[in-house]
Design a protein around this ligand. Sequence first.
Ligand code: HEM
Length: 655
Amino acid sequence: MERHGGKITYENIQELKYLDLCVKETLRKYPGLPILTRECTQDYRIPESDVVVRRGTQVLIPLLTISMDEKYFPDPEQYSPERFDEETRNYDPDAYYPFGAGPRNCIGIRQGILQTKIGLIIMLSRFNFYATIPAKIKFEGSQYSAPSSSSEQAADCGVKVKMFVYTLALVALVIFLGLKYIYSYWDRHGVSNIKPNIPYGNLKTVAERKESFGIAINNLYQRSTERLVGVYLFFRPSLIIRDPYLAKRIMVADFQHFHDRGVYCNEHRDPFSANLFALPGQRWKNLRAKLTPTFTSGQLRNMMPTFMAVGQKLQAEVERLVEEPAVHNVRALMSRFVIDVIASVFFGFESNCIQDPRDPFFVTLTDLVRAVSFINNVRSAGVFVCPALLKLTRLSSLPPEVIKFVKEIITYQIEHRERNDVARKDFLQLLIDLRREAGENKEEKLSIEQCAANVFLFYVAGAETSTATASFTLHELTHNPDVMVKVRQEIDEMLERNGGKITYENIKELKYLDLCVKETLRKYPGLPILNRECTQDYRVPESDMIIRKGTQVIIPLLAISMDEKYFPDPEQYSPERFDEETRNYDPDAYYPFGAGPRNCIGLRQGVLVAKIGLILMLSKFNFEATLPRKIVFEAATVPLAPHGGLPMRISRRVK
Ligand code: HEM
């Protein structure tokens, strides 16, 4: 001031180096904004780590905390302008950015600093200042020391109640805003979507157990006319692909963008979840390559004697049941047949579910897997809809009793056969052979746990689907007498030609039965929906829309199969639509076993077992409907299951 005759100019202020250090130190201890924020606008892998910050995530930079961290600013409580002096520097310049940094930093830095300095120069040159409070400042909203008088305590109590109410209101507001944010995902991304219900998303009817997951998704299909429509599976934004051609492209030609299912899978914590259906990426590819040779038609032909032995037991049991004409649940009968087949070829031992509905294998698997409880609902929702739920609750994907039961059977079977050099013509043997071929190569060798997890998957994937195919076919035949006469005649003629013998080759002769099974799989697909996770950003062909990596896509198989655009008169059961000569459907919209590299690995077996069951039943017995044609589906399961089963009047055929 003296040098410049008391004049304060822009240039004079630049001379005040120590004042500048003071302002810097003040901005460290008391940054104007204690936190900085950014929104991630493009998926970002954190350098030198596997963590990916997803697009849309809010990122917080705790400026005050960093500025008061002694790692970057030694003795941080000490007000020491000298730490910013070049000669006595004592801070980490890369951790100091009181005005933010980069293109989005404070636009008014210079003005802010200048105003502050002018204020300080004027005040300090003319006045003295003495402290009346301690150096450590208590900020607005911080805790104050306990009051001593009773009136102060009463006031404090009032403050606490108020604080509690405010906190509750704040939590409610944060939850409300959080949910609003989650459920605005598709609006924010400019995608047409179906209005969700907070907090169920578009699955309120599933939460209320009024509809199964599959039926609910297919009903959502009816509520839009767009090619793709955004929905929320509880909290998870997902896209329903309403265009069957695009769906096929996603599964086949553009598979590299959609090679995973995005369902729960945790190899280390829950090895049973790491099965072929759930595994992602390369781990899925390796396992699929190992297992594919075990599902060839050659292997199936080898297993024919086992299928037929179980089939004879089914025929004998129904013979016994119809000594007195009565109504029987055909679905339950078929289910027991299919489970005996699965026990024999996958688990490697003979169960007796056909003759004994209380067989321990049947009871354990069906009761434990289907047991309805809150915990099991959390498990199913976690596996299919919200994998984070299982991570959060640390629940396993299956009830521990089921895991123990399956592991014990498979461990016993594998160890017994390996130790005693016993071989059997079944699928388990093929897994044992694979283990032997891998020798001591730990990378290649399937562990017993992996074998058990996949055997159990084959039970889950094969039992309901094959049962449904056989029993829904019988249901439709009872309502379509012309079709029944035609398919029966074909079966009778084939058996006559072959002296009553059913072989792999004979079954191939049954062209009309094949059309019937195809039509059943259209009206009642084994899985009413298919799903994929987008594994690489994908531009939807002939549009500007991008499906972002991580998005769950759903293909509403049942709704497509029942859409008259692709299958005229869809309610009509018409096997002839699949006949080459009278073809009446769009082949690009028909994929009951999925499509592309991730399609059903067991399709041949599923169809073969269903056909064997049908041939054995139709050749010997009459079936009469007791239910109307239109089926009411169970609300609880993912596959289509008729509510109350499929009761039919069964009697012995008189030829
Ligand atoms: C008629 C009976 C069956 C039907 C309708 C059926 C249907 C399906 C469908 C729709 C898929 C999903 C495909 C996709 O996402 O593209 C699938 C996958 C699968 N199915 Fe089947 N299935 C049947 C029988 C079986 C049988 C008997 C087995 C095993 C023995 C089996 C094992 C599997 C497995 C392991 C997968 C997952 C494949 C992978 O991700 O690599 N299925 N099935």
